[in-house]
Design a protein around this ligand. Structure first.
Ligand SMILES: Cc1ncc(COP(=O)(O)O)c(C=O)c1O
Length: 409
């Protein structure tokens, strides 16, 4: 690099793939078994142990897993499912796959997670106006910060709802369930709390297999249904069918299932990433703490605040908020200024009520979701991934402070 050239662009996200993942893929490819097989089974077993769930079922994406989970809990036409408005479209779209309808709920201002009080009010209203139609709630652990699960489970229990957690961002995350009597058992890993939880291994996620996901549950019936429906509604999976010690050509189709299985090639990456998960998270934590220290107290910037100091956040995202009254530019221009300084950013999320499909299909207005509408205007997701070295982290900090300084008022 000469003195006039720009340093390289820092992308918003980048998977952390090393030689071990590459060797594992080569080994899987040489093994003669590419699709769902022994590596997927090993990945499932290791993942179940990591989150403390009875079952873990590997799937082709979190979207597929969410679809399978809502199918397995019996969501059907015209049912209602509570979904936070601040999420990726997958959470709500799988409800539509079943012919059911999402009921959108606003979020808490501090975490941008489901506002449980608003959810409780809506559940009570629906119990009066449409008795029995609200069947489930899908809390989303934004960026890896666990929702207030004690409160979610209380409301779900009161109204007889199933809880399917969108844990796409939340491996590995823990939270303390304060309602659990035994103090030894209060610390829970996301993936072992609700009726089912769904993780994503999309390329940018905390552990990545390119595309992929995992459904975890303690419920044997949910696990059995997901296992069957992820592979065509066949009662035995391909691995058993062809390589069991008692090989059998026989299988039965018991339902019109899906093609949502995960390949052994992907699982071979997942096994290595899973082994590295705590180290990868530690590096994301180090980056987050460096950002916190740099931005805390700046008049134009609001660093994220943990809800509970003892929660362990997977830290998939670092969502910085702008104090717009202290800046002479808006969020979009702030991002453009960062891009001009070689920093890739993103926004998590464009709340669903602002997307044409959801807005028009359900007649949603910005004023229906005052917190999400207000906060959307001020959020920026900064790069946070283990392969960022300290120099890159400092460049992000310098760029943010430079833009905030130049445009402060
Ligand atoms: C909150 C949330 N849920 C679900 C998904 C879907 O994940 P996947 O790409 O694995 O289907 C995403 C993806 O970004 C997400 O952010």
């Amino acid at each position: 690099m000469n003195s006039t050239s720009q340093p390289p662009f820092i992308p918003f996200a980048r998977p952390c793939i090393g030689d071990e993942e590459i060797d594992a893929v080569a080994e899987a490819m040489r093994s003669g078994w590419l699709t769902t097989g022994p590596r997927t089974k090993a990945f499932e077993d290791a993942f179940a142990a990591a989150v403390g769930a009875r079952h873990a079922l590997a799937v082709s994406s979190a979207t597929a897993g969410l679809h399978l989970a809502v199918e397995a809990i019996g969501i059907g036409p015209d049912d209602l499912v509570a979904v936070p408005v601040w999420t990726f479209t997958s959470t709500a779209e799988v409800v539509r796959y079943m012919g059911a309808h999402p009921v959108f709920i606003d979020v808490e201002p501090d975490t941008l997670n489901l506002d449980v009080a608003a959810f409780a009010r809506r559940a009570a209203e629906l119990a009066r106006s449409h008795p029995g139609r609200l069947k489930a709630v899908m809390p989303v652990h934004l960026g890896g910060q666990a929702c207030e699960m004690d409160a979610v489970l209380d409301v779900a229990g009161e109204f007889g709802l199933k809880v399917v957690e969108d844990a796409a961002h939340a491996f590995p995350s823990t939270t303390t369930c304060r309602s659990v009597g035994d103090p030894e058992k209060r610390r829970r890993t996301v993936g072992s709390i609700g009726h089912a939880s769904v993780f994503s291994f999309y390329a940018t996620k905390t552990i990545a297999t390119g595309e992929g996901g995992m459904v975890t549950t303690d419920d044997d019936a949910i696990a059995a249904r997901v296992r069957t429906m992820r592979l065509h509604g066949i009662s035995r999976d391909v691995w058993n069918r062809y390589t069991d010690t008692k090989p059998s050509w026989y299988y039965e189709v018991v339902a019109p299932g899906f093609k949502y299985n995960l390949t052994d090639v992907a699982s071979s990456i997942g096994l290595v990433q899973l082994k590295r998960a705590m180290d990868l998270r530690q590096r994301r934590w180090d980056i987050a703490r460096a950002y916190d220290a740099a931005f805390h107290g700046h008049p134009a910037l609001a660093a994220p605040v943990p809800r509970h100091a003892d929660d362990e956040n997977a830290q998939h995202l670092y969502v910085l908020r702008l104090n717009l009254d202290r800046l002479d530019i808006d969020r979009d221009r702030f991002i453009a200024e960062l891009t001009a300084r070689g920093i890739g950013c993103s926004v998590h999320f464009i709340p669903l009520h602002l997307h044409p499909y959801w807005r028009d299909r359900y007649g949603l207005a910005p004023s229906d979701f005052p917190v999400a509408t207000r906060e959307f205007a001020r959020v920026i997701s900064l790069p946070i991934y283990p392969d960022m070295d300290d120099g890159m982290v400092q460049r992000v900090i310098d760029a943010v402070l430079d833009v905030a300084g130049q445009h402060g008022r």
